[in-house]
Design a protein around this ligand. Structure first.
Ligand code: MN
Length: 726
């Protein structure tokens, strides 16, 4: 009946395919409800009747292949049924209610989850993509089997990617690299991850792909000889010791070979993965026994012995790894594991459902993987910018990770590129929020230092320390970003309220109004559309609302409008000075709502004025800064310094001097001689005149004046200027 004839209609091929799926299911689950599988097959085939794939095949070939891949993962009947029906809701007239009625709520739920994550076809791909991933992650946390169906779906789509237009090929491959392969890795599906990566690699960088392909082929004979030289004595010793073992070569994963060549800048012959063996044994004890035998025959590389049996990876991977020196000096990597560990390393989370139908398996830390995803969702919840969301997703999903230790010896997993700050937040949000510094392996390092495997990290905290916006550029994990962002948001609000209150008190005082911002503005706030008076104060503080507008609401119309600053004409700054109204205090650099204008670099001691910028708080300028001329007067506010001695400010100095030998050294000596740090310098020499600029770090105006005096005394100096005000 199943004779292979040229004229065999497509239906026969489909049915043969289905019989193959059923055969696979029977091998791992003899009690499976086969009728249910056939019912889903008939339903799906009928629904997709007449539809064709881009490859010209009947559409149902796709759904059936997805089920076949799921059968390779040894999944339960429900998942296979959902796999066969995964596209019916989106692409056929069959609706979700029918699926639910005929196949039950679990299947309907999975189909719904997969359907909601449609491919990228949108006017605004960025937003759409981000939205898709949000849905994807959400549906996985609801029922993790959804990710298995989605991965199987993506795998078949990548297998047939060449039938798509070039642009779609590249887009799908990029997305596969960025999201689906890392997802497969996270859930321990090594085999699927490799295939996805290699297929995407081939599309995205065909030249490199074929170079690796060629290299693998070229080195094949030498490689096989080497493997033979290692495995022959090894096999003999294992037999002698009574360890039942199977030695197998390792499948080639082109993309990881390429990555290693790139990262270490080495030719293909030197990539360890190429010379790799795997020893499969029956029990855990045999694993260690085999490791001992390997090490008694060959010298291991000390730092490349890894025990993932005692310390499984977060994705449940278990194995012993060692790299040995083979005859002739080449290195060979050997992995030792039980058959069960091996299976789990290839199908990962899928093992959870496989064993659910048999006896329970207590090794699988399944909830850990799902809770990891749930956390990821939470951290990304407050991210509204789709680009930022995607960047965060990629980082959190990205397979490259480093393992580091706390001083107590607890192990932490972080994404590669993570910094001590990420570690601090990983330990506890309170540790992160009060972090002032870090020691890596006993040495104080900068918070931007990239952590390496096996680093031991100690975080230094201080109760008074707090995050700054710059931290967002340092951290790599979603967790750290989430906590920093939350802290900044709440602090910014508090600071805006405080600033807004100060500004209003000052303005009310100027107009001799007996109004208290906290007590007397409820009505005005409501009138202006603020749900709380505090929100009005915050709006004034961050510059979204001007004090003049608030005043206008308070003062009856018939009253003469207040004298505007602009009326004071050119003497405005002098006038401000004369008035001596108590100003808004600038408390320091770490304030989120106060910044120092770069144009005139004010330092404590300078006469300054604040500008309430729109939405960004107050920026402080020196009186006389030319940029002030264009500011609406109502945005100007008095400010006064209230900065401690411990803060330093950078000021640029420009020195003009007669050029001579040793000038630069003399200038630096003079500056350092008064206890001042030089941040950086720049030298421009003419024939006779030299122009040297320094960025110096000072505490206040007195400090700066001492520096200026010292510089002026240097031989040949004609002029020294700080930023010139006109
Ligand atoms: Mn599909």
């Amino acid at each position: 009946m199943n004779v292979d004839r040229d004229t065999a209609p497509a239906e026969d091929a489909l049915e043969a395919g289905m019989r193959e799926v059923v055969r696979k299911v029977r091998t791992y689950n003899p009690r499976a409800d086969i009728d249910r599988l056939w019912a889903a097959y008939r339903r799906g085939r009928q629904a997709h009747e007449g539809q064709l794939r881009k490859s010209g095949e009947p559409y149902f070939v796709h759904a059936l292949t997805v089920a076949d891949i799921l059968a390779d993962l040894r999944l339960d009947v429900d998942t296979l049924v959902a796999g066969m029906l995964h596209d019916v809701v989106e692409d056929t007239s069959l609706d979700l209610d029918t699926v639910r009625r005929e196949f039950g709520p679990d299947v309907a739920h999975m189909v719904d989850g997969v359907t909601k994550i449609s491919d990228l076809r949108s006017h605004n791909p960025e937003t759409r993509q981000a939205e898709n991933y949000r849905k994807l992650v959400f549906s996985i946390t609801q029922d993790p089997r959804t990710v298995l169906i989605k991965l199987a779906d993506r795998l078949h789509n990548m297998r047939t990617v060449e039938f798509l237009a070039d642009e779609r090929q590249a887009g799908m491959s990029r997305e596969t690299m960025d999201v689906y392969a890392p997802l497969a890795h996270r859930f321990g599906l090594a085999k699927i991850k490799w295939e996805l990566e290699d297929r995407a690699f081939k599309v995205l960088n065909p030249k490199a792909y074929y170079a690796v392909d060629d290299g693998v082929l070229q080195t094949r004979a030498a490689r096989e000889r080497l493997i033979e030289e290692v495995s022959r004595p090894l096999q003999a010793s294992l037999v002698e010791a009574g360890v039942e073992a199977e030695i197998v070569g390792r499948p080639k994963h082109f993309y990881s070979i390429w990555n290693k060549m790139q990262a270490q800048d080495i030719p293909i012959e030197r990539v360890y993965d190429l010379h790799a063996l795997r020893i499969l044994v029956r029990t855990k004890v045999d694993c260690y026994h085999a490791l001992g035998i390997v090490h008694s025959l060959f010298t291991p590389l000390q730092d490349r012995i890894k025990d993932y049996i005692a310390n499984p990876k977060p994705n449940m991977y278990q194995s012993l790894h060692t790299t040995i020196r083979a005859p002739g000096g080449k290195f060979v990597e050997i992995q030792i594991r039980t058959y069960e560990m091996h299976e789990r390393s290839e199908i990962g989370i899928a093992a959870h459902w496989k064993y659910k139908e048999g006896p329970g398996d207590e090794h699988i830390d399944f909830s850990r993987m799902v809770s990891w995803l749930k956390q990821l969702m939470e951290y990304q919840e407050d991210v509204t910018d789709p680009r930022e969301f995607m960047a965060g997703m990629k980082l959190d999903l990205f397979q490259d990770e480093v393992f580091v230790y706390s001083p107590r010896g607890d192990i932490f997993q972080l994404p590669r590129g993570a910094t001590p700050l990420d570690f601090a937040f990983e330990v506890h949000s309170a540790v992160g929020l009060h972090c002032v510094g870090a020691k890596v392996n006993g040495r104080i390092v900068s918070l931007t230092t990239e952590l390496k495997n096996r680093d031991t990290i100690e975080i230094l905290t201080s109760k008074s320390a707090h995050p700054g916006t710059s931290w967002l550029e340092i951290v790599k994990t979603g967790k750290a970003r989430h906590h920093i962002r939350r802290w900044i948001r709440s602090t910014q609000f508090e600071e805006s309220v405080r600033l807004g209150r100060d500004i209003l008190v000052r303005e009310f005082g100027r107009h001799k109004l007996n109004v208290h911002p906290d007590k007397d503005l409820d009505g005005v706030a409501q009138e202006m559309g603020y749900t709380e008076t505090e929100k009005l104060l915050a709006a004034v503080g961050c510059g979204d609302l001007t004090a003049t507008k608030v005043l206008a609401r308070l003062e009856p119309r018939e009253k003469k409008p207040p004298a505007k600053l602009v009326d004071m004409g050119k003497d405005i700054y002098a006038a401000l000075l004369r008035r001596r109204v108590s100003g808004v205090k600038i408390q320091g650099l770490d304030s989120l709502m106060v910044r120092y204008a770069r144009c005139c670099e004010p330092i404590p001691g300078d006469q300054v004025i604040g500008v309430v910028t729109r939405g960004r708080g107050v920026s402080v300028h020196r009186l006389g800064c030319s940029n002030l001329a264009n500011i609406e007067p109502e945005r100007l506010i008095d400010v006064s310094w209230d900065v401690g001695e411990e803060q330093v400010f950078q000021v640029k100095l420009t020195v003009t001097a007669l050029d001579r030998r040793g000038l630069l050294a003399d200038l630096s000596d003079a500056i350092r001689g008064v206890g001042t740090n030089i941040h950086s310098g720049d030298f421009k020499g003419d024939h006779e005149l030299a122009v040297v600029s320094f960025l110096v770090e000072v505490r206040n105006l007195n400090n700066l004046e001492r520096v200026l005096l010292a510089v002026r005394r240097v031989e040949g100096v004609q002029r020294v200027e700080r930023y010139q005000l006109n």
